[in-house]
Design a protein around this ligand. Structure first.
Ligand code: FAD
Length: 567
């Protein structure tokens, strides 16, 4: 097959125009010389709002008798006409059929059933390695009720919420499925293909920024769980891992031998995948106590911002706002502030809602989600500022190593402050953008929202996010955001509108620590332990967590099946 990239057509092109463009691009004599084609990717270029272009990547098959190699040779110097790559997934190997069933060989454990654990378990199951998954939260339907319990009844269930439970942190999300990771093996395709098999719309395979939305994710996760079980895997819910057994092997290396559950049960294993997510603070503390190699890492904190979706659509698409192919507009913004900090938009959710995302009592954390339709009134995104370990060290010194757990303490501090500023009951503190920018004028209080009604439930308490002595975040963060909002206005007209709402705090943008691993994906100092996904510091988002899960599962399989390790 021949792949053509960068095939540009007007937004409103007629359907046959694409075929005609391919025939012309390949210089084919007749329309019938093109036997078939499929769209591999469709993106858009909206830099010129009145003349938005669709950009296609297509795979083409020539009619019988035509020499594909000769056609490709004519385009040898053209980077946009090449042979189609093999994007299929190829298993490294398969276990014997009786693997782990009384033959003395230990089954691999996967801790956590978010996107990383899910794909690790799926690949292991598909290779016949019958993984056992241990997930602290509940099955997704029960978890949904608990999560809504916080939003509607102000009751937090610490083991079953936006962060914990079947499907992991991305279950109540926008379900954005793109990532900027380098992907030479096309593993993102494997993730998308499995999602489609589980019920995601086919279009996620070809649109450039696919998303699924919350409701579909729930039933897809159930189907993927069923596949893992059908292949001999086992998934155990409400099974919080509280300890790790580590032995010193004959060669002096530390080797993992199993885990302990909250119930006291011990499970033996020589291969343990840690797919914990970024909110497993108790587990991070336990691992640190057990001497597992880890280090503090940078992350970001800030607020969620909400605008009317129409403002974003008009700013991005002009007269084409509302076009069905374009859907609700998103944005990606960066500003380098005068105080040296970078401010950027994070996890933008078009036509969505801001959600309460804490997993700990008496703390407030924001995040965003949407449905597949993305048709809620408001657009929301995190507006966050990068911070590094030197900013959050807890011991007051200005040099020397930072404890890997210091970032967690920092997050907790500001999440508790947000709870206080919200006035209790998981109500979040917020401020109108106009009032925030006009600082030091005191923010208005009370129910005086303007054109934007914030969507966060159980509610937003208007306050002064920068009140001296009761700041909602460190002053360097507040100052950087205050400077960035008018700068963003220059890119998106309406961005710093007075009535846009800031709601806080957004503290769980990524893991505050990294559980260090080597090229074979094993912990640097504990053999058999495979830190993976977002919590270990190796992914940021559903797609990259899924891909990391696949790669880690492959490393586990290499070890169990005695295959050559990565060069
Ligand atoms: P997680 O999904 O966090 O899963 C970790 C799992 O481990 C959890 O289920 C947890 O219960 C379990 N666990 C933790 N400790 C233990 C233990 N001791 N014992 C047993 N189980 C344990 N990303 C996107 O790409 N697109 C989006 O649109 C998007 N929207 C988001 C919206 C929200 C509201 C949130 C919170 C996140 C969103 N994200 C989004 C981020 C995305 O969800 C994460 O990057 C992704 O889920 C990380 O996957 P993971 O498997 O590494 O960890």
């Amino acid at each position: 097959m021949i792949r053509i990239t960068e095939l540009r057509l007007p937004l409103n092109h007629a359907e046959p125009a694409l075929r005609a463009a391919i025939v012309a691009r390949l210089g084919l004599a007749r329309d019938t010389d093109l036997a078939a084609f499929s769209v591999f990717k469709r993106a858009y270029d909206a830099r010129k709002k009145t003349a938005i272009l669709l950009i296609y990547t297509v795979d083409c098959t020539l009619a019988e008798g035509l020499d594909e190699a000769a056609t490709l040779a004519r385009f040898a110097a053209d980077p946009h006409v090449k042979v189609s790559p093999d994007t299929g997934y190829h298993f490294l190997g398969h276990a014997p059929v009786d693997f782990g069933s009384g033959d003395g060989r230990l089954r691999p454990l996967v801790i956590g059933f978010g996107p990383c654990g899910l794909f690790a378990a799926l690949i292991l199951a598909q290779m016949g390695l019958r993984p056992i998954v241990l997930e602290r939260g509940k099955v997704v339907r029960e978890r949904t009720q608990d999560t809504w319990g916080l939003w509607r009844r102000q009751q937090l269930e610490p083991e079953s919420n936006v962060q914990f439970g079947e499907g992991g942190a991305g279950t109540f999300s926008d379900g954005k499925l793109w990532s900027q990771i380098s992907d030479p093996r096309h593993l993102t395709r494997k993730v998308l293909t499995e999602f489609v098999k589980a019920g995601a719309p086919d279009e996620i395979l070809y649109v450039s920024k696919p998303h699924i939305g919350t409701f579909r994710l729930v039933s897809m996760i159930e189907k993927m769980r069923a596949e893992i079980e059908a292949l001999g895997g086992e998934i155990r819910f409400r099974q919080r891992v509280t300890d790790l057994q580590v032995e010193t092997a004959a060669d002096g290396a530390r080797q993992v031998r199993g885990v302990t559950l909250e119930s006291g049960e011990q499970i033996r294993a020589d291969h343990v995948v840690l797919a914990l997510g970024h909110s497993a603070r108790d587990t991070f503390t336990m691992l640190h106590g057990r001497g597992v190699a880890m280090e503090a890492k940078p992350f970001s904190v800030g607020f969620r911002i909400e605008h009317p979706q129409g403002v974003i659509d008009r700013a991005r698409f002009g007269p084409n706002a509302g076009h069905p192919i374009l859907g609700a507009a998103d944005y990606k913004l960066v500003h380098h502030a005068g105080n040296g900090r970078s401010v950027y938009s994070f996890c933008m959710c078009p036509g969505g809602t801001v959600v309460a995302a804490t997993s700990e009592p008496l703390r407030v954390v924001t995040n965003g989600m949407s449905q597949y339709s993305r048709n809620e009134r408001n657009a929301n995104a995190g507006i966050v500022v990068g911070i590094n370990p030197q900013d959050y060290r807890q011991d007051g010194r200005s040099d020397g190593p930072v404890s890997p757990l210091d970032g967690m303490a920092f997050q907790r501090h500001w999440e508790s402050r947000a709870y206080e500023l919200g006035g209790g009951g998981y109500i979040a503190p917020g401020q109108l953008v106009g009032d925030f920018i006009a600082n030091p004028r005191k923010g208005r209080r009370g129910q005086d929202f303007g054109d934007v009604m914030p969507s966060y439930k159980p509610g937003v308490n208007l306050t002064d996010l920068s009140e001296p002595g009761r700041e909602s975040l460190p002053t360097y963060v507040l100052d950087a955001i205050r400077e960035a909002l008018p700068a963003f206005e220059r890119q998106i007209h309406g961005f710093s509108m007075h009535d846009a709402v800031l709601t806080g705090v957004e503290t769980r943008t990524s893991s505050p620590l990294r559980i260090n691993r080597g090229r074979d994906h094993q912990s640097l100092n504990t053999r058999g332990l495979y830190p993976a996904g977002e919590g270990a510091g190796y992914a940021g988002g559903i797609m990259s967590a899924g891909v990391d899960g696949i790669e880690v599962a492959e490393s586990v399989a290499r070890s169990i099946l005695g295959l050559a390790t990565l060069p």
